[in-house]
Each structure stands twice: as C-alpha cells, then as structure tokens.
Design a binder for this molecule. Structure first.
Ligand code: SUG
Length: 448
C-alpha cells in the first residue's frame, strides 16, 4: 500500500510573543525584550505549508492552544472574572502572565512522539503527547495537545493515543524533537532513533553542566514500551552533553533524518563514531544508508546554532528527490550556505534546497523542523484522518483570511494587560475549530 509522510505544522497562535522563557535556548533569551508580530508569524508558517502542498506533499494543519491559560492563573491564586485575573497577574508578575500567553504550542515537533504502524507490534499508529515539564509555559500544553490529536486522528481501528508521561523531570519528554525515523520508504518498517540528553537514574552517564537536558533516557524508554515498538525498530542514543551547554536544547537543533539519510553535525552525539556505527548497523532497510556528518571545521557549533541548519526539514518529494527546507538564516551565513551548496552536489540523496523566512518563529528558537510533526501514514490511515486538517488551496486561502481578520500585527509588554486580547484570541480559535471541524477542544469551549 502506498504511504505518505504528512507534516502537521503548528499554526502560530494569536498571542505569539517573546518573553525569554526558555533557559538554554539562545534565541529565546536573546529576544526577550523584542516585540512580536503574530500576524506575520502565522502567515510565514502558512507560506511554508502552502509551498510543501504545492510540491505535491500532503500537508496538515495543527491548531494552536487557547491563551492565556486562564485556568492556570486561577490555580495560581488570581481570582475574579477573566479581566480581573489578567489585571492582577499583570501587576503581580508580568512574566508569569506572558508565560500563560505563550504561543509555544506552534512548535509541534514538541507536541508528541509518533510511531507509524509498520514499526509497532499491533500495527497501529501510536501517539504520546510530550509532557514538556522542563519549562513552565510548555508544561501547559499536553492536555490540549492530546485533545487536538484525538480530534485529528479519531479512529480507534488505526490510531492509539497515550496519556503524556508523569509530570516530573525524571520523565522529561519533548516529543518528536528528539526522535527521528529511518526507512527505505515511509510505508516500510523503520528504525526509530530516540536521542536523550541525560539519564535520571543512571548516574554513570554524563550530563550537561550549564543548561538543562530536556529529554531523559527513561522517558524515551517509556515511549518505546507504550508504542509497542518492535525491538528492531528502536535505537536509543545520548546527545553530546557539551553541545546542550552551547545552546543545543533539542536533538533537532543538531541532527535531522529522513528516509535513508541522517544529516548531523560532527559533535551531535556522545561517542559519535560509535553512535553512528550503531545506527548504520541497526538500519532495517535494504537501501544504502547515508550519513552526512558536517565537520566542525566547515560549520562551527555556533554557526549551526545561529543558522539552525540542522533544524531544516529533509523531505522526500514525489519524484524521488530529497529537499532541504532551510531557514533563510542559513543562506545569510556564508559558512553554512557554502556547505549546503557543496552537500547538494555531493554523492548523497539530498539534491535541492529551498529557504524560508520564518523569522518570527526563529526569534524564539523555532525553525522549519520545530514547526512540524511528522506522521507517516498508509492510504487507509490517511483516509481515516479528519480531512479538514489537511491543507488544500481553499483551506490555505481560508486560513490566511482568518488570520488577517483576527491577528494583531504588534504585541509588546503592555498589551498583555488588555483583556480584549483574550477575547480576540478565543473568538479566533472558536472560529478555527469550526473551520477545521475539531469540535470542542479548548477549556473555554468545554466549560461554556
Ligand atoms: O521550547 N521556545 C521553544 C522552541 C522550541 C523549538 N522546538 C524544537 N527544537 N523542536 C522552546 O524552547 C520560547 C518562548 C519565549 O521565550 O517566549 C520557546 O518556548
């Protein structure tokens, strides 16, 4: 049966802002005082989705979360009606309020880990929402993410949904940002690579010293169990702790895989030579497996982090070629652009590059790959997906129109005191759930 990799890109939410919330994420900290443009952000993301659709790929849309999270503000002791809660929180702790306004659910690579059916012993596609417990603003995401996933993949015959892992650092789980899958074709059994930053229980393994490791070995092991992964479809490797300390907060900031290709920096993994040999040996396909290892002498670690080269998407196009979907920051960095030019001419399957302006997301540390959740599906599974979340030309036009009507083009510090931002945001999302036929997925819809 024919199979597809569908990328579900996060629609940037109406309250997208820069609040410096992610310690260990260089861009987030550097842009903490910038103002944001949510309208530009959502349209930049939609332009990438449309470009993928125009290339003949199946492209999905993942709805944003309702922000501010008024329930968590109440849980933290701010009382009264919505306007009073916002007003009190703004006076008491404006950064806390900003965290509750964060549109961070746009980075759907962190929404969940997904195991396609050829890799699982029960033949179902498995989903586990990430608990994201390393950062307060992101820990608010898993319950709504699960509701959204169930509204998109709503058929027990094909899809299995699991509750996110326990909300505690020992089981820190950041989803598909630390997970990639290698296979000959998307419908074949694959090798799922889980990359963890540290072990919670095994004190022998090294840890980063400065910045937090956001994914634990124990979380990755739990996902393998929950997803009924075939033993030959899993490999667990440790990220190089030194690079976490230099701003590589997820594996997808230093490595990206697709089909029979792994593109990674020379310093991506702990004991790299051994790690790469293990991946090569564990590959279950018949095709030649390519490892493109980018040397530090050609692309330094700081060039990698600043350009987000490894947060490019690698996608197989319908004609069999492979495209690097890179942020425009790669084009502007001379070392990185020279490397890309060399790579697409070299003997490996990657033979094209396209650059995208995703500046609004990039300024918070979210590149092309952060914005998408990959779900490999066969024809039957794809026909069981809610069709309204699949991008078409019409849906693209509707979504641009929706964003143009509801989104602001500037948000700065004082705007978060204004309760009409909540009303505008919830109105937009209520309309979106109708456009994408998601039913009631947000707290404000379920409580109302
Ligand atoms: O979790 N930034 C996100 C970026 C996530 C990138 N995702 C992947 N690499 N897959 C994070 O650090 C910044 C929010 C702020 O500072 O306002 C933020 O949450």
């Amino acid at each position: 049966m024919h199979a597809f990799e569908v990328n579900f890109d996060g629609l940037v939410g109406p309250t997208h802002n820069y609040a410096g919330l992610s310690y260990g994420n260089v861009a987030s900290l550097n842009n903490a005082t910038s103002y944001s443009n949510p309208k530009e952000a959502v349209l930049q993301g939609l332009a990438k989705m449309k470009a993928m659709h125009d290339k003949g790929l199946t492209q999905g849309v993942f709805a944003p979360h309702a922000r501010p999270d008024i329930n968590v503000l109440r849980r933290l002791g701010f009382s009264g009606n919505d306007a009073q809660v916002i007003n009190k929180a703004f006076k008491a702790d404006p950064i806390l309020l900003r965290a509750c306004y964060s549109a961070s659910a746009m980075w759907t690579a962190n929404a969940a880990t997904v195991s396609p059916s050829p890799d699982t012993t029960d033949g179902k596609v498995h989903f586990t929402s990430a608990n994201l417990n390393n950062k307060f603003h992101r820990s608010l995401e898993p319950a709504t993410t699960t509701r959204l996933l169930k509204a998109m993949f709503n058929d027990d015959a094909y899809f299995a949904h699991h509750t996110h892992l326990p909300d505690q650092g020992f089981f820190g789980d950041e989803g598909a940002a630390n997970h990639t899958r290698f296979c000959d074709n998307h419908g074949d059994q694959g090798l799922e690579m889980f990359v963890f930053g540290e072990s919670a229980f095994n004190k022998q393994l090294p840890k980063p010293e400065k910045f937090p490791a956001r994914q634990t070995l124990e979380a990755s092991q739990a996902i393998c169990r929950l997803h009924n992964l075939k033993p030959t479809s899993q490999i667990l490797l440790q990220q190089n702790p030194d690079v976490i300390d230099q701003g590589v907060f997820h594996n997808d900031v230093i490595a990206v895989g697709n089909a029979n290709v792994l593109l990674c920096h020379q310093q991506a993994f702990l004991n790299q030579a051994h790690a790469l040999e293990n991946i090569r040996n564990a590959y279950v396909g018949n095709k030649e497996f390519y490892i493109i290892e980018v040397p530090t002498t050609q692309v330094s670690l700081s060039d990698a982090v600043n350009s987000y080269l490894f947060n490019s998407q690698l996608v197989s196009l319908p004609d069999g070629s492979m495209l690097l979907v890179a942020p425009q920051e790669c084009q502007r960095n001379s070392a990185v652009s020279a490397y890309i030019e060399q790579m697409i001419l070299a003997d490996n399957p990657v033979n094209q590059v396209q650059f995208f302006d995703l500046k609004q997301s990039m300024q918070n540390g979210g590149g092309p790959a952060c914005l998408r959740l990959r779900v490999a599906l066969n024809e039957k599974e794809l026909s069981a997906v809610n069709p309204e979340v699949i991008l078409t030309d019409t849906k693209y036009t509707q979504l641009c129109d929706w964003a143009n009507r509801h989104y602001r083009d500037k948000l700065e510090a004082n705007d978060f005191a204004d309760p009409s931002l909540l009303t505008q945001s919830f109105t937009a999302l209520d309309e979106l759930t109708q456009l994408l036929k998601l039913g009631s997925v947000y707290d404000f819809q379920l409580e109302g």
